[in-house]
Design a protein around this ligand. Structure first.
Ligand code: ZN
Ligand code: ZN
Length: 361
């Protein structure tokens, strides 16, 4: 037993407890913890949060003034602080003793605070001249998201596979027609069972260089983060499932049609929904003429979906809109089913999605 009293419960004496090799003071009633001078730095430096030499005071955000809690060491009032400048969870500090009081519910976030700070620094970057030029020239969005932890080799392999398949037939016009005829998704043939494989094989075919480039760019943008969240094999399974789901919805909605459909767009539209639900903290830039703006994935994909619906109503653009829309809603169902599991496995996603994280767009 120490002679320190819990700043929260007030009459409860703190108990010295081993915490990763450090003797810290814990309240048995509320689970709060008192870290003496330097103890928190040592604990955070030893913890796997991407940093080995943490200076907690340098991370702290805005001071919030005195709180109605007394320092367990010197009994002076503690001072409230935002955990980080851009992460508004409140923790209590004593300036005299340089100790820190952490409530039990804040411990997870405090341990991850160096990683949260890195992530928010990435996410809150402003659009630059480089991002403007890129989007102006390519008409493709620029992504602001956390770098994935693991190498996205399934995403890269899918991009390589799609490209290899495309260039294996594309230079030969006759062969291109033959391949699309055989492996494209044609609803009329699907109905008779003559090419039941169409909805899946069509996912790996593209009709033009621009079609391939556009799809592969979006796969690259959203794929790496989703693969990181799910793990390699589960990501591959989800990708194929979305491709198949989109293909089948397209077949049903275009029932009897003899026009073959090809492209990874349906599978990628499914990934859009996963990205939208799991990476709400990310941003994708949207450009109107010369005006570029960072948008949340919800807004970005809402606009994308609206344009797709509009294209379907107007028609005549040769795009399989049902594969996009079907893939997206199929992906949305998958995203909702897996959300709790994914967030539980990726605490950083939970923290970045919480209202405590202050995002700048
Ligand atoms: Zn307590
Ligand atoms: Zn003190």
């Amino acid at each position: 037993m120490s002679n320190k009293t819990c700043p929260c419960c007030q009459h409860q004496t703190l108990v010295e407890t081993d915490f990763r090799g450090h003797e810290i003071d814990v309240c048995r009633q509320c689970g709060g913890m008192w870290f003496d001078h330097h103890e928190l730095n040592d604990v955070l430096s030893a913890y796997d949060n991407g940093h080995d030499d943490v200076d907690f005071n340098a991370l702290l955000g805005e001071p919030l003034g005195q709180v109605e809690r007394a320092c367990p060491c010197c009994s002076k009032p503690l001072l409230g602080y935002h955990l980080l400048k851009e992460y508004h969870v409140e923790i209590d500090v004593c300036h005299d003793c340089e100790g820190v009081w952490i409530d039990q519910c804040e411990l997870k976030e405090v341990k991850e605070s160096p990683r949260i700070k890195d992530a928010l620094d990435q996410l809150n970057k402003k659009v630059s001249r480089g991002s403007w030029i890129f989007q102006f020239l390519t008409m493709m969005p620029v992504e602001y998201n956390v770098k994935p932890h693991r190498t996205p080799w399934v995403t890269w392999s899918l991009i390589a596979l799609n490209s290899v398949i495309f260039f294996a037939y594309f230079l030969d016009f006759e062969l291109t027609l033959k391949v699309i005829d055989q492996f494209g998704s044609r609803p009329a043939d699907f109905a008779t069972g003559t090419n039941w494989w169409g909805p899946l094989t069509a996912t790996f075919l593209h009709g033009s260089v621009m079609h391939l480039l556009g799809n592969m760019y979006f796969l690259y943008v959203v794929g790496d983060n989703i693969e990181d969240a799910l793990g390699h094999w589960r990501f591959l399974a989800v990708y194929l499932l979305c491709g198949l789901g989109a293909g089948l919805i397209s077949v049903l909605m275009n029932w009897g049609s003899t026009i073959p459909s090809v492209g990874a767009s349906g599978a990628i539209a499914g990934l859009f929904a996963l990205y939208m639900l799991w990476f709400r903290h990310a941003s994708l830039t949207f450009m109107v003429f010369v005006w570029q703006k960072k948008l949340s994935p919800v807004w970005y994909f809402a606009i994308w979906l609206a344009l797709d619906l509009l294209g379907m109503i107007i028609g005549g653009d040769g795009v399989d809109h049902w594969a996009h829309i079907g893939g997206f809603f199929f992906g949305l169902a998958v995203a909702m089913m897996l959300k709790d599991w994914v967030f539980e496995r990726n605490p950083l996603l939970t923290m970045l999605s919480s209202p405590a994280a202050k995002l700048q767009r």
